[in-house]
Design a protein around this ligand. Structure first.
Ligand code: UDX
Length: 435
């Protein structure tokens, strides 16, 4: 078993650290935020992620999982150091590498053993080379350091499951020995491994995320066409998804993708293409289509009120960018709520986990339940498909709103069932009547 240090305790760093301790390694996670470190030492996760707290508590008690703000302490016995810091989007669309560069310097200044540095953060192609250069230029001790690319593919809300049951682990190494060491680290997970060089591993991550983003934007545009032509996008997705070359996953039409990955990774890849004068218009188009998708939904609501929603009260069910997370980064809900408020509507919000949108607008009314949220409203908008909303007793809920108009932005509810209860329900990519 290996001694591992992890720099950064966001989704990727914390989940990977916890899972590596669960499979028997000794892991020390480093974060600069003292409050966060104290919280994690007590076995409390700073993020909402199903299953994480239990594993945190278990592995701390087994003395396999530690937290610190001190790099020297964390690297004292480590053979492998994982970099899992953020690479946020900068104004140009490019990934901002300041935290990666800092992590490389911290490693160079503090390692005292031969070390394999594993870059887990999503980074532009060539960044592992940069990390290696920074480390070599700043290295204090006389030790050998290799840099290996090992991008992460976990989904928020399924992060623990995805780490144990991933489709693949990509390892990009320039040295066979260093690549083997990383392969050994993950061996107990029994996940298929793809070995390649560093730049290819870096590209695998961007190309995978961009492909999925293109798939979502594609089905969303097909949905919009279905809506005009009287076809049903869910049936179309089922029909094309049965072709194993296409596959049904990521063909759920809706309000477009959000979150901390797809929006920033597609932008970063498009930026790389522009910089290198390579045509990547397919990804540019997916980005544009994604922006338009939530705007179309807002327009749909406004059209229901003959172009004027001033003074109307609208219920928003779900604000997290997807179910099972408390993350609202790039969530379609934010754009939709802003736009509705701008047009003079009153907005009531309920999300099972997110209780505050912070900056958006003090006039938003936060509610404690679905029934509270939809009471006396002119329309209800399902924006995040939490299971709790799907399982609601919609028959009992019909008595709460002023108008039983329900716009399902995620195609999660059954038109047939809810119509029987009296709901006037509309979905994405399905229109009951032909033009
Ligand atoms: C994604 C990738 O799946 C993961 O491999 C990568 O490491 C990080 O980015 P995540 O952002 O957690 O993970 O969410 P994911 O479940 O992939 O969903 C992304 C977005 O796409 C969400 O906004 C979701 O609502 C949307 N989506 C997904 C659709 O609109 N339709 C679909 O069919 C699938």
């Amino acid at each position: 078993m290996t001694n591992v240090a992890v720099i950064g305790t966001g989704y990727v760093g914390l989940v990977t650290g916890v899972v590596l301790s669960e499979i028997g390694h000794t892991v020390t996670c480093i974060d600069i935020d003292e409050k966060k470190v104290e919280m994690m030492k007590q076995g409390k996760s700073p993020i909402y992620e199903p299953g994480l707290d239990e594993l945190l508590v278990k592995n701390i008690s087994k003395n396999r999982l530690y937290f610190t703000t001190n790099h020297k302490e964390a690297f004292a016995n480590s053979e492998i150091v994982l970099i899992a810091v953020g690479t946020p989007q900068s104004e140009s669309g490019a990934a901002d590498l300041q935290y990666i560069k800092q992590a490389a310097k911290d490693i160079a200044h503090n390692v005292t053993n031969d070390t394999v540095v594993v870059v887990k953060s999503t980074v532009p192609i060539g960044t592992n080379d940069l990390v290696e250069n920074i480390i070599q230029e700043n290295l204090v001790a006389n030790v050998k350091v290799d840099v290996v690319s090992n991008p992460e593919f976990l989904r928020e809300g399924h992060a623990i499951h995805d780490t144990f049951h991933g489709d693949r682990i990509a390892i990009g190494a320039e040295s066979k020995e260093a690549g083997d060491k990383v392969e050994e680290l993950f061996a107990p997970l029994n996940v298929p491994i793809v070995r390649t060089n560093r730049r290819s591993a870096e590209m695998i991550k961007y190309a995978a995320n961009a492909f999925l983003a293109v798939k979502i934007s594609y089905i969303n545009q097909i949905a919009n066409l279905c809506e005009q032509l009287g076809a049903d996008v869910d049936a179309v997705a089922d029909g094309i998804g049965m072709d194993h070359r296409i596959g049904r996953a990521f063909l759920n039409a809706g309000l477009g993708y959000g979150g901390s990955c797809f929006p920033k990774d597609t932008e970063a890849l498009a930026y790389l293409a522009r910089e290198n004068e390579v045509d990547l218009s397919i990804v540019e188009a997916a980005i544009l289509a994604n922006h338009r998708q939530s705007e179309m939904f807002t327009k749909k609501i406004i059209d229901k009120f003959q172009g004027n929603i001033e003074g109307k009260t609208l219920a928003i069910l779900g604000v997290a960018f997807k179910p099972n997370t408390d993350d609202i980064r790039e969530a379609p809900s934010l754009k939709i709520i802003s736009s509705l408020l701008k047009q003079g509507a009153k907005v009531k919000v309920f999300d099972p986990v997110v209780k505050d949108l912070g900056y958006i607008n003090p006039s938003i009314e936060y509610c404690d339940s679905v029934s509270d949220c939809i009471t006396d409203v002119d329309a209800t908008l399902l924006v995040t498909e939490w299971q709790e909303f799907i399982d609601c007793d919609w028959e009992a809920l019909i008595k709460y709103p002023k108008v039983p108009l329900l716009l399902d932005g995620r195609n999660a509810l059954s038109i047939e069932r809810l119509s029987i209860f009296g709901w006037d329900i509309d979905r994405i990519g399905i229109v009951p009547k032909l033009k």
